[in-house]
Ligand binder design. Structure first.
Ligand SMILES: [Fe+2]
Length: 269
């Protein structure tokens, strides 16, 4: 059972742990801070989605713990490897579970609840939902995947639209060349709504368009609503060249979003 006191103790631990990451390189400190901010916004998003979905108080607390720790592996990952790119370092989800275990943080809670937390963290960054999860586990895995996507969409649309000249952040660029269009291969994958692996990306355009593909991997109706209201798709599209393939993909994904949102609205009429 995760009560208020235990939740508070975990939040305090998070502050102490993350503030212990200090580097002589300002760029490292900036990236640590970005991940702290990201975590707090994901906590905010998950609470919203969980409340909208009608979860109990205890389940809402559990969602918050998952959000608080979903990227806890990011700090040691960046400190050790200087990158957030898992392909060039380690799987940050697995690393996070190791951090939680090493600090014996969740020993006081029932094994079943601990398993939900670990399974949700483990699956938060996977290409698709796992097949070996029960309904309860799936609910929390879906929650963290939606909340994380919402904040990354916010982060990207903000970064690309308000970017100052000469400012680059590998967290939002993945060290890829600019590019001028999407490749035929990635275009087909986007049309077929298939998940895309980071390692198959050729340029920054495709990296941005991978965010469009996330629309097909959203679990809660409320998440679609937020994506629509905040205009995340438009703000990413604004930064892309207007080629035929890119326009086509944008139209498809936008129509899909509109349909999801209007289905939801018609339920309440
Ligand atoms: Fe993550």
């Amino acid at each position: 059972m995760i009560n208020e006191d235990f939740l508070l103790s975990l939040k305090k631990w998070f502050i102490t742990y993350t503030s212990s990451f200090k580097s002589s390189k300002p760029y490292y400190n900036l990236n640590f801070q970005l991940k702290i901010n990201h975590t707090y916004r994901v906590c905010f998003e998950i609470l919203n989605i969980a409340k909208n979905a009608g979860l109990s108080k205890e389940e809402i607390n559990l969602s918050e713990v998952i959000a608080l720790f979903h990227d806890i592996g990011r700090f040691e990952q960046f400190m050790t490897y200087g990158t957030f790119f898992d392909g060039k370092s380690v799987n940050h989800a697995l690393w996070g579970i190791k951090v939680l275990n090493n600090n014996a943080l969740l020993n006081k809670i029932p094994a079943g609840t601990r398993k939900i937390i670990f399974k949700s963290i483990f699956n938060h960054n996977k290409l698709s939902l796992p097949e070996n999860a029960d309904n309860k586990e799936l609910t929390f895995i879906k929650l963290i995947r939606d909340a994380d996507k919402l904040d990354i969409l916010y982060l990207f649309s903000d970064y690309y639209n308000n970017k100052k000249e000469n400012e680059t952040n590998p967290m939002a660029e993945l060290e890829l060349p600019e590019g001028d269009d999407v490749s035929d291969e990635i275009y087909k994958t986007l049309i077929n709504r298939q998940p895309i692996n980071y390692s198959s990306l050729n340029n920054l355009i495709e990296f941005k368009m991978l965010k469009f593909n996330w629309l097909y991997d959203i679990n809660f109706p409320g998440t679609y609503q937020i994506i629509k209201e905040k205009g995340y798709l438009e703000s990413i599209y604004k930064t892309l060249p207007k080629t035929q393939k890119i326009n086509d993909i944008y139209k498809r994904v936008n129509d899909f979003l509109d349909k999801k949102v209007s289905n939801q609205q018609s339920k309440f009429k």
